[in-house]
Write a protein that binds this ligand. Structure first.
Ligand code: NAP
Length: 301
C-alpha cells in the first residue's frame, strides 16, 4: 500500500493545477491518469484566452503545467484509478497497478465526447467520423467536411478546419447557436464555412471504408468526406457513483470544491458548473488544493 497526502485523479489542467498547489504547500502529491498529462488540452490546436499567454497551443500549455508540477515534486503516473473508498479518515484508492492510501482526494477526471447517436456513427468512427479537429483535421486537407454542433467547440473547430478544408458545413439542431457571439460573428466572415440550422444528422453513410454523406432529419443528403461531432461532453464520474451526489453525472460541489463527502474534492469539467474553460478548471484546482490543505490541518491528519 502506497501512502500519499493528496491523490489527484486526472492530469488535465484542473488536476495539474490542484497538484501543483498541493505540492507547493508541502504535501506529497500523486497524480494518476491512464493517458498521462494534458487531458483535453491536447485537443486544443490554438488557445488565445488563457490569461497572460497570448496565442499558444494546448500541447505547449500542458507541457508547461507538467513541468511546473514536477518542479514542485508532483509525481504523475500513467495509471487508472478504478475504486475509491473512505475508511475512517483515510481514502483507499485502487488503481490498475497499485493501492494508494491518501488523506484527501481531488477528482479531476474531466468529461468525454458525447456522440449524436446517428445511424452509422459508430461504424464510421475513425473512418471519417471524428471527435477531434486537431487530431484528424489534416486528413481532410482540401476536402469537404461537416461539423455537427452549435457550441464553442463546434465553431472554434469549424474555424480551424476552414483553414485546411475546401468546405466546412456546420449543422446545428436549433435555429440559434449556443456559442459565444464573437465566434458566431467570426464564422460569418469565413467564405468556406456555411451553416444548416434547425436540423439533426440522423445517418452517416459511406462505402464501408469511408464516409460519403450525411442524411438530415428532413431527408436531405449532404455529400461529405468527413463528419466532426462536437456536441458537448459527458462527465467521467463513474468512479464516484454512489459515493457523492451528482446531477446528470456531474459531481455537485460548493464554491470550495467540496463534494458531499468530506476530504473528496472535484474540479473542472467533471463537476456541476455552467462555464467550462481551461482557466476555470485551473482555478478550481487551486481552490480544491487549498480546501484539502484546510481539511488535513483541521482534522490533524
Ligand atoms: P456545449 O457548450 O455543451 O455545446 C454542445 C452543442 O451541441 C450545443 O449546441 C448543443 O445543442 C449540441 N448538442 C448536444 N447534444 C446534441 C445531440 N445529441 N445532437 C445534436 N446536437 C447536440 O459543448 P462544447 O461546445 O463542447 O463546449 C463545452 C464547454 O467548453 C463550454 O463551456 C464552452 O464554453 C467551453 N469551450 C470554450 C471555448 C473557448 O472559449 N474558446 C472553446 C471550446 C469550448 P443546443 O445548443 O441545442 O443545446
Amino acid at each position: 500500500m502506497r501512502e500519499v497526502d493528496i491523490l489527484v485523479i486526472g492530469a488535465g489542467p484542473g488536476g495539474m493545477s490542484a497538484a501543483q498547489y498541493a505540492a507547493r504547500a508541502g504535501y506529497s502529491t500523486l497524480v494518476l491518469d491512464p493517458m498521462g498529462p494534458g487531458g483535453q488540452l491536447l485537443y486544443i490546436d490554438e488557445i488565445e484566452n488563457y490569461p497572460g499567454l497570448g496565442k499558444t497551443s494546448g500541447y505547449v500549455l500542458s507541457e508547461a503545467m507538467e513541468n511546473q508540477c514536477k518542479e514542485f515534486g508532483v509525481e504523475i503516473e500513467y495509471d487508472e484509478a478504478t475504486k475509491i473508498e473512505k475508511k475512517e479518515n483515510r481514502f483507499l484508492v485502487t488503481s490498475s497497478y497499485s493501492e494508494i492510501e491518501a488523506k484527501a482526494v481531488i477528482l479531476a477526471t474531466g468529461a468525454s465526447h458525447r456522440h449524436i447517436g446517428a445511424k452509422g456513427e459508430e461504424e464510421y468512427s475513425g473512418k471519417g467520423v471524428s471527435y477531434c479537429a486537431t487530431c484528424d483535421g489534416p486528413f481532410f486537407r482540401g476536402q469537404k467536411v461537416v461539423v455537427v454542433g452549435g457550441g464553442d467547440t463546434a465553431l472554434t473547430d469549424a474555424i480551424y478546419l476552414s483553414k485546411l478544408c475546401k468546405d466546412v458545413v456546420v449543422i446545428h439542431r436549433r435555429e440559434a447557436f449556443r456559442a459565444q457571439k464573437a465566434l458566431q460573428e467570426k464564422i460569418k466572415d469565413i467564405p468556406n464555412i456555411s451553416t444548416v440550422m434547425g436540423r439533426n444528422v440522423v445517418e452517416i453513410k459511406g462505402n464501408g471504408t469511408k464516409v460519403e454523406s450525411v442524411i438530415l432529419d428532413d431527408g436531405k443528403e449532404i455529400e461529405t468526406n468527413g463528419v466532426f461531432v462536437f456536441v458537448g461532453t459527458v462527465p467521467n464520474s463513474k468512479i464516484v457513483e454512489g459515493l457523492v451526489e451528482t446531477d446528470n453525472g456531474f459531481v455537485l460541489t460548493d464554491e470550495k470544491m467540496n463534494t458531499t463527502l468530506s476530504g473528496l474534492y472535484a474540479v473542472g469539467d467533471v463537476r456541476n458548473t455552467s462555464f467550462r474553460q481551461v482557466v476555470t478548471a485551473t482555478g478550481d484546482g487551486a481552490k480544491a488544493a487549498h480546501s484539502a490543505d484546510e481539511y488535513i490541518q483541521e482534522n490533524n491528519l
